[in-house]
Structure formats: structure tokens, C-alpha cells
Design a binder for this molecule. Structure first.
Ligand SMILES: Nc1ncnc2c1ncn2[C@@H]1O[C@H](COP(=O)(O)OP(=O)(O)OP(=O)(O)O)[C@@H](O)[C@H]1O
Ligand SMILES: [Mg+2]
Length: 334
């Protein structure tokens, strides 16, 4: 197990810099999630930590040791990818133990480690099957198991769940969180799914265009986003951004209101609009409301409500929860 220190890390391909001045301390045992839109540099940063991509500027410390020029193997890091490429002709047990057999470790040691990993990942019943006889979720767990048996100091996972359907994704998400709690190994997990980031991370690193936008716990990012970008990226459904008259009234260039921070049916100074769409999720009801001068706003109501398309509704933001931003997207303190 080890902590990591990223000091002014940068990456350039030729003369194009894709990661700039990345400073980050990761504590031993922490679950860190890199999140951000496609192309922001998540995978590149992860691959630089793994040793699969050259570091073109700055220092990478792993367990206090300068690691820029160490090989992936010397770094003692395991990586799980989105496409997990198991060996089809080998059993689950053979796939999981393969890296250890390459190192010619004793058979009983391999068997013990494979069995431990299989138990942690609930793969016990499938050890003798071939990958072709497993579901997508089970195969992804074998790929994780293959990483676990090596007992690395750090786990790196790059969108490991993106090939799974929604139900399996949330199930496997819970399993990875439980696994992390049990193993207490440092994990860095890349995703563009902010729900995965929010539910799994101790701390989230939001990347945008090769820069770190903000680092913080999920609730810090949700409650105190350091920029309009983070405010719009963290939270589902997304925060509403309103300009013009309503923003002027609170002294901001942009007023941000989360969908769950509206009261519907409030009095005089409420915003009047027409419902254009209703999504009934059972536990929540999402209204899309066209408010003149504000645009179509997303309103999330807890529980079941009977508004329908065409209804006129009155919305009032809960003032204690609003966000204000400058023209440059920086937050204005309340
Ligand atoms: N070999 C390369 N040569 C030149 N540019 C590259 C190379 N690999 C990646 N890039 C660029 O670096 C940037 C970051 O790419 P990266 O794969 O890290 O993004 P990402 O955040 O993982 O995106 P995604 O969510 O789509 O996986 C992109 O603009 C990409 O085009
Ligand atoms: Mg990527």
C-alpha cells in the first residue's frame, strides 16, 4: 500500500500539452476518482501513474519514492481497463493466477491467492469455467481479480464498468466499494459518470481540458463547487443556470439552482412557467418547465406529483441553496 504525490505533472505529445501542472496528494488507502468530460486527460493521467505513458514534466512519487522512470512492474501497480481481454481458453482460476504463474510462484501460493480473490469477488462457483461461460459483470470481476492477486500497492481502474448494463453497473459499483473497504488499498478510478464518482470516491478530482478544476469530497463539490463547470458537472439532473433579469436580481452574471432546490406553488415573486415534459421515476418526479426569460428549467420533486404537460406552475428557488457565478464562471460568495 502506498500514497502518491503528483508534483506539477504535465504531458505533451510533441508540442501539444494535454495535461498541465497537475498537483495532487493521494493518501495511502484513499479512493480517488478522476472525473471529467471526454478528452480531458483522465486516461492519460492514469497511464502516466501506471508507467504506460511517459511523464514529460514534473515528479511522480509513489510511497515517497520518485517513480518517473520506473517500469510499470517496479511501480507495483495493477491496472484494470474497460476492455478486459481475458484469455478465452483458460479457466477463471487460470486467468486470475496467470501473472503469478509467469513469475513462477509456487502452485499452492497461487491457488491460495486466487481463492482469496475469488471469495472477495464472489467468483468461487465459477473458478473452473471459461470466460465465454460468464456474464459481462462476472468477466469484469475476473479482470479485477486478476489485478487483486498481485497485491499491488495501488489499483488503477479506467472506466471498468462502462461495458456493463445499468443494473450490473450499480451492483458492481457497490462491490468495488466494499472491496476497497476490505482491502484498504489506494485506488484511483477513472470515469465520466458523475454518479459513480459521487458514490464511490473519498475524494473526486474534476478534470477539464487538462487542468484540475477542483479536488474535494463528493459533498464539498456538490455544496461548494469552485466553478460553474464543476457545478454543472456534479449533480444529476444537472444544475440550472439562469442569466438575465433573475441573475441580476441576486447580483450575479449567472444564477445556479439545482433541480431539487425549487419550491413549487409558491407566492407572489415566484417564477411562472409551463410544464413541457414530465418524467415520473416513482421516487422522484422531474418537471421541465419553460419560464420566460429563464429558459427550460429542470425541477426535481421528491415523490409522486400530478402535474402534467401544459400546466402552469410557479417556482421559487430556495435562496439558501442558490449558487452565484461571475461572467468567468467563478463563484460569488453568498
Ligand atoms: N497518442 C496521442 N497523441 C496525441 N494526443 C493524444 C494521444 N493520446 C491522447 N491524446 C490526447 O490527449 C487528450 C486526453 O486524452 P485522454 O485519453 O486522456 O482523455 P480521457 O479524459 O480519458 O477521455 P475519454 O473519457 O474519452 O476516455 C485528448 O485530447 C487526446 O486527443
Ligand atoms: Mg479515457
Amino acid at each position: 500500500m502506498a500514497g502518491l504525490e503528483l508534483k506539477k505533472l504535465s504531458k505533451a505529445y510533441g508540442n501539444v500539452e494535454v495535461l498541465h501542472d497537475i498537483n495532487l496528494s493521494i493518501a495511502d488507502g484513499e479512493f480517488i476518482v478522476f472525473v471529467g468530460p471526454s478528452g480531458c486527460g483522465k486516461s492519460t493521467l492514469l497511464r502516466m501513474i501506471a508507467g504506460l505513458e511517459e511523464i514529460t514534466g514534473g515528479d511522480l512519487m509513489i510511497g515517497g519514492k520518485l517513480s518517473n522512470s520506473l517500469s510499470p512492474k517496479q511501480r507495483n501497480i495493477a491496472m484494470v481497463f474497460q476492455s478486459y481481454a481475458l484469455y478465452p481458453q483458460m479457466t477463471v482460476a487460470e486467468n486470475m493466477g496467470f501473472s503469478l504463474s509467469l513469475e513462477r510462484r509456487p502452485k499452492d501460493e497461487i491457488a491460495r491467492k486466487v481463492n482469496e480473490a475469488a471469495e472477495a469477488l464472489k467468483l468461487g462457483p465459477y473458478l473452473d469455467r471459461k470466460p465465454g461461460q460468464l456474464s459481462g459483470g462476472q468477466r469484469q470481476r475476473v479482470a479485477i481479480g486478476r489485478a487483486i492477486v498481485r497485491q499491488p500497492q495501488v489499483f488503477l481502474l479506467d472506466e471498468p464498468l462502462s461495458n456493463l448494463d445499468a443494473a450490473l453497473r450499480s451492483e458492481t459499483r457497490v462491490e468495488i466499494s466494499e472491496l476497497h473497504q476490505r482491502m484498504a488499498t489506494t485506488m484511483i478510478y477513472v470515469t465520466h459518470d458523475q454518479v459513480e464518482a459521487m458514490t464511490m470516491a473519498d475524494r473526486i478530482v474534476v478534470l477539464n481540458g487538462g487542468y484540475i478544476e477542483q479536488v474535494g469530497s463528493p459533498m464539498e463539490l456538490y455544496n461548494k463547487p469552485a466553478s460553474e463547470f464543476v457545478a454543472g458537472f456534479i449533480g444529476s439532473p444537472k444544475m440550472n443556470f439562469v442569466k438575465g433579469r433573475f441573475a441580476d436580481a441576486v447580483g450575479a452574471a449567472t444564477l445556479g439552482v439545482r433541480p431539487e432546490h425549487f419550491v413549487v406553488g409558491a407566492g407572489d415573486d415566484a417564477w411562472e412557467g409551463k410544464v413541457t415534459l414530465v418524467e415520473r421515476l416513482g421516487h422522484d418526479t422531474i418537471l421541465y418547465v419553460n419560464v420566460p426569460e429563464a429558459g427550460v428549467l429542470t425541477v426535481s420533486l421528491s415523490g409522486q406529483h400530478d402535474q402534467t404537460v401544459g400546466d402552469t406552475v410557479h417556482l421559487k428557488p430556495k435562496m439558501e441553496f442558490i449558487h452565484k457565478f461571475t461572467n468567468e464562471g467563478r463563484p460569488i460568495a453568498a
